[in-house]
Design a binder for this molecule. Structure first.
Ligand SMILES: Cc1cc2nc3c(=O)[nH]c(=O)nc-3n(C[C@H](O)[C@H](O)[C@H](O)COP(=O)(O)O)c2cc1C
Length: 342
């Protein structure tokens, strides 16, 4: 029996296997920020394809927090109701559903809004990036409230799990880095202060909702004197203490140009996941150029992670789990109607 296709749990949520679809923006919405037919069929295809956990793409907590004008949102009850339809469709086919709640911060390219950030430092001098406004402490309070409201709506929509997006240079990630956060108040300066906003939001969400919360982090921003894996270990331990259910370990995204670049080869982010897994006892999801069932099996066996995210591979192969079942010769994981293709 392969580990990749064996059941797993995130908190009390049982997943039919350890194949995770990580959040991937599809840029198929419009200014309503509602999930569209495209999203319904796109995610349902992966549910039918056998994915254990689908994490729906970065979904903004407010209009100015969208990466683009085609992102999803969950800042209104109407948006929540469309998410509810999407979740219900995917649930019919056995996938568990998570929603990544997000704020793009200084990386927002949304038109007609001014981006906000921990400090007034632009991501890039080039369009479509804009000069962000530094958030005041009242502004931070407002953002916290919006994250909590989004989490409550996600729960109402029927999601099984919520993922807080604190990776890839978006708002919460910007707070973590000493390079993009140059505040001198309670939310900047020391490592503890830079982690404050993520910890406060995570704690407030955990206090208010009944479903598990996981957090996605960039383990390293690839800059001299920047956020690194040791900082990630500190934050992961603090998040575990307050009740976060799982960590999703990615990297990069906070700078237009970086000092050191890893070779983008298969499993290139797994080393980070392994270090975090060694430091906490909650489940860890690894991601980044993992494309084959054998690679997933190998990293699960080597103690790198508890779950394996296949991003672009699931864009190419919605029936990836079918192929994994063939690879491991485990027919029982295949939807019976498809068995003739086995
Ligand atoms: C089209 C596309 C959209 C993405 N959108 C998001 C997103 O909404 N949130 C996020 O955290 N990561 C996003 N990512 C990153 C993926 O979740 C994943 O970490 C990355 O693609 C590396 O995994 P892979 O090599 O298996 O594709 C996106 C990646 C792609 C290719």
């Amino acid at each position: 029996m392969s580990t990749l296709l064996s059941q797993g749990k995130i908190a009390d949520i049982a997943l039919r296997n350890r194949v995770v679809m990580p959040p991937m923006c599809m840029y198929q919405s419009d200014d309503t920020a509602h999930p569209k037919d495209f999203h319904k069929y796109h995610y349902t295809a992966r549910a039918l394809g056998g994915v254990g956990l689908i994490i729906v793409e970065a979904t903004s907590i407010e209009a100015r927090g969208r990466i683009s004008n085609n992102d999803l949102g969950i800042w209104t009850d109407e948006q929540m109701l469309t998410h509810k339809e999407l979740v219900a469709e995917c649930h019919k086919f056995g996938a568990k559903m998570a929603l990544q709640i997000a704020h793009a911060g200084r990386k927002s390219e949304a038109k007609e809004t001014t981006p906000v950030a921990p400090s007034a430092i632009a991501f890039s001098a080039e369009a479509p990036y804009k000069q962000p406004e530094e958030l005041t402490v009242e502004g931070i309070e407002e953002i916290k409230g919006l994250f909590i409201a989004a989490a409550l709506r996600a729960q109402k929509a029927g999601y099984d799990i919520i993922e807080l997006h604190a990776a890839h240079g978006y708002l919460l990630c910007e707070f973590l880095s000493p390079l993009t956060n140059q505040r001198d108040d309670l939310y900047g300066g020391s490592l503890e202060n830079r982690c404050r906003i993520v910890l406060e939001i995570a704690k407030a969400i955990i206090d208010k909702i009944d479903i598990p919360l996981m957090v996605r982090i960039s383990a390293d921003e690839w800059m001299e004197n920047g956020w690194n894996v040791e900082d990630t270990i500190y934050l992961a331990k603090e998040l575990e203490k307050i009740g976060v259910a799982a960590m999703h370990i990615s990297a990069g995204g906070n700078h237009e140009v970086v000092d050191r670049m890893p070779a983008f080869e298969p499993l290139y982010q797994c080393d980070y996941a392994q270090k975090i897994k060694a430091a906490v006892s909650i489940p860890v999801i690894a991601v980044g150029l993992i494309t084959t069932p054998q690679q997933g099996e190998e990293i699960l066996g080597n103690g790198v992670c508890d779950f394996v995210a296949y991003g672009r591979e699931l864009l190419r192969s919605p029936n990836f789990v079918f192929h994994a079942a063939q690879t491991f010769d485990e027919k029982e994981h295949i939807e019976h109607s498809y068995l003739r293709a086995y």
